[in-house]
Design a protein around this ligand. Structure first.
Ligand SMILES: [Zn+2]
Length: 104
């Protein structure tokens, strides 16, 4: 699921668009319409990003002489990129977990 593949068969893509899962797997016919990940994928993406970015921000503040606008630009760019990059894997993993636990 985190790789964007069908959690049941790994034979087809799980997402029809960036965060929209396919209605049904074209390889194994698993119906994905009953899975609603809701707010959990953004929570996971923000949690991971926060734990990675906090030490980076502290290290940049302690060991560099960057001006605050440059530091804001660097940190905001890294944070937004990381959150957006983690959203789809987090949603795929949540859908896979829901499917594995029979929560559909
Ligand atoms: Zn499948």
């Amino acid at each position: 699921g985190a790789r964007g593949h069908c959690p049941r068969c790994d034979g087809a893509r799980l997402f029809a668009a960036w965060l929209r899962p396919v209605a049904q797997c074209p390889a194994c016919a698993q119906d994905w319409r009953g899975h609603s990940a809701d707010d959990f994928p953004p929570y996971v993406a923000i949690l991971i990003t926060g734990h990675v970015m906090a030490p980076v921000i502290i290290a940049l503040g302690l060991h560099t002489t960057l001006s605050w606008p440059v530091m804001m630009g660097v940190c905001l760019t890294m944070t937004v990129t990381m959150v957006l990059g983690l959203l789809q894997p987090a949603k795929g993993a949540v859908i896979a977990l829901q499917w594995w636990l029979g929560l559909h």
